[in-house]
Design a protein around this ligand. Sequence first.
Ligand code: SF4
Ligand code: SF4
Ligand code: SF4
Length: 382
Amino acid sequence: MSLHLEIASCVRAKSKFSNCTKCVDACPDSITLVDNLPSFANNTGVEAAACVGVCPTEAFSLSDFSTTEFFFTFLDSKVRLISPKLNVPCLSVLSVEHLIALALACDDEITLDMSSYDEESILYEQIDARIEEANFVLSSFSTKKLITNVEHTMPMQEETQEDEVTSRRSFLGNASLKGVVKHKMTFDEAVEADELKTFALDVETIAKIKEKELPDKRKILFTILKQAKIPNAFEVLAEEDVSFTSQKFVDDSCTNCQICYRICPTGALSSDAKFSIINFDSMLCVKCRLCHEVCEPEAIQLQPGYEVKELFEPTQRTLAKFNIKRCNECGNNFTYTGGEQACPRCLVEEEEAMFLHSNAKRMKVEKEEKVAQEAAEKENEA
Ligand code: SF4
Ligand code: SF4
Ligand code: SF4
């Protein structure tokens, strides 16, 4: 089993301003940044799987193990234990979203087997933190929770009955899940063993970078939430307690430079044909922070509270609206702030032209003065 990186899905490939280090922080011994992109040794295997579960855009994956396929296989089985000794290469391949969706989709309590991990290790801490976050979010709208054990016991293997498989599938609603189960292992592996696997942005990758894509883990969570019992009241959680999504606002310093909604990898931020609006769908946001990192005036910000209602009743909110006007010079649309007749680009060009013109005028005057001075000096000498 080996590690794969779909570089086009990494937010660092989308912008040099991205500061995402989630994979490096999760697997510091295996993953490093080379030329601003994550890189790892070619023989890096499942020991580095924490990056798979932590990457907001699912850029990392493992050969021979798909978290999406595991999700459905697990639901189809009667076993309610998730263990590296039984059905996953490492618990860290599962994200907080997977854990919440698994807990919600199963009638019985799920146990996560932590017996393989050293309680003092970073990996243990990371897995524990994800389970804790999943349980915390679950507790805001459900009585379901995940439990952990450190003493390993193998469950009784039970045959899955055909009718149970069918009932699970109908519970999940196949129609909305079409296309969810798919592999993403497309990266070229023609690299010598032990060589550091680095990534370059070729033409094909650049074309893929521009595509907006929602990770499978979000499609799974969204589908499961649609079938979950809606709570009577909705809580508001602290922004820092929810790592996988966010709510935002845009303040008055926004210049409508268009970067954030053009670069958002999932389409959570969007605009209309005239670029007169910034819309935001929290359910599509994977909290990769790219929009914040590219925003020069820091106009787009995280809302301090995350409204749980958004999980059950996703809405598209308008974060900003702009007056759009046609430029008198070039005819292109621009964001009108009051009084200006031309777009910022034409204004800059006009300023540059005026500067060049006054510069040329000054040089002409200086030249004429110099000629006159030389003529006067010659006259004096004569
Ligand atoms: S987007 Fe994923 S692969 Fe890219 S730096 Fe962040 S965690 Fe790593
Ligand atoms: S929020 Fe920031 S990045 Fe987005 S359009 Fe406004 S200024 Fe540009
Ligand atoms: S809205 Fe911002 S944080 Fe959310 S997915 Fe888009 S770029 Fe990432």
